[in-house]
Design a protein around this ligand. Structure first.
Ligand code: DHB
Length: 306
């Protein structure tokens, strides 16, 4: 039974990926995740220049593995990424996906060019963070034309490195956005980013708890939203999908594969310990053995055959 897979020419020992945002800032934390079994890892979104995130509190636990966060995309800038990616490469051969963030189109292109020189296996365009709206306005991923424009400009500037575009679920028609980025040259879609934004109020003080007041929702509660988005995107485009949203065990990962994902990322659940990757892999193997599935890729999009 085969878990190994290929994604845009990248060889992965299994289809599990560390999602951006969790344990992705340093080379050593990325390498620890790779060692724990992930088939690929994604960095925290890289900025060209140092970008300070929001003040504390930035993350709240909502129970049952669900989180609300407004970290605010903190990052040390391209030189920090250069050092940390090199550290990662010394420690691990696992494919490295580089997430990038920026405040406008020109800066996205400059950041992508700079990150391309670090030779990641793929660049993930984070145009869907819901937490920097007060700084930069609505995310590009909320507009068909903005998504396409930034995809086209970045694709032109990164040579042979594959480009994946991370979409927001907080839109009327995610399939239409996926189609527009595909037409603009995206090689893959990442779906979904966090849901909302939402708000939690401390009732004693009547204060919104997050310093940013609002934040993105993640964890098992958003998985049905991810599954529906992946299902719709799979129907709309030919390029492959990295599914992400609330995956905490093998059955969840299988659900995203059956909806149409080729790879499945784990974000919030990785905060509870790195044993999650080994556990999901064992559960994928058990499922495939029980169902007499020889190759994990047989699961991709299965729900569309019903
Ligand atoms: C952050 C970024 C995201 O893309 C997201 O979905 C949630 C939080 C952040 O760093 O604040």
């Amino acid at each position: 039974m085969k878990l190994a897979t290929k994604f845009l020419g990248i060889s992965l020992k299994n289809p599990l990926v560390l999602a951006s945002g969790v344990l992705g800032t340093t080379g050593s934390s990325l390498a620890a995740v790779a060692k724990s079994g992930a088939g690929a890892v994604t960095s925290k979104s890289v900025w060209l220049k140092r970008h300070d995130g929001h003040k504390n509190p930035t993350v709240l636990n909502l129970g049952n593995g669900n989180l609300i966060n407004a970290v605010g995309l903190p990052h040390g800038g391209i030189e920090e990424a250069r050092v940390e990616f090199a550290n990662f490469r010394k420690l691990s051969n696992t494919p490295l996906l580089a997430s990038i963030a920026a405040s406008n189109l020109k800066e996205f292109v400059e950041t992508a060019k700079a990150v391309a020189t670090l030779k990641p296996d793929l660049i993930e365009l984070n145009i869907s963070c819901p937490n920097v709206e007060s700084e930069f306005g609505r995310p590009f991923a909320c507009s068909v034309s903005d998504s396409a424009k930034v995809t086209k400009a970045v694709k032109k500037s990164i040579g042979e490195i594959p480009l994946a575009v991370k979409l927001s679920p907080n839109v009327e028609n995610i399939a239409a956005i996926a189609k527009s980025v595909e037409a603009a040259g995206a090689d893959a879609i990442v779906a979904i980013n966090t849901v909302g934004p939402g708000m939690v109020i401390d009732i004693e003080t009547a204060q919104p708890i997050l310093a940013n007041k609002v934040g993105g929702l993640s964890g098992p509660a958003i998985r049905p939203i991810a599954v529906k988005a992946i299902f719709e995107i799979f129907r709309a485009v030919k390029i492959p999908i990295i599914g992400v949203g609330g995956v905490a065990n093998g059955r969840d990962a299988i659900e995203l594969l059956e909806a149409g994902a080729t790879l499945v990322s784990v974000g919030s659940a990785a905060k509870n310990g790195l044993q999650i990757f080994g556990k999901i892999i064992r559960e994928l193997e058990e499922f495939c053995q029980r169902k007499k599935i020889k190759n994990i890729s047989q699961l991709i999009g299965l729900a569309h055959k019903k």
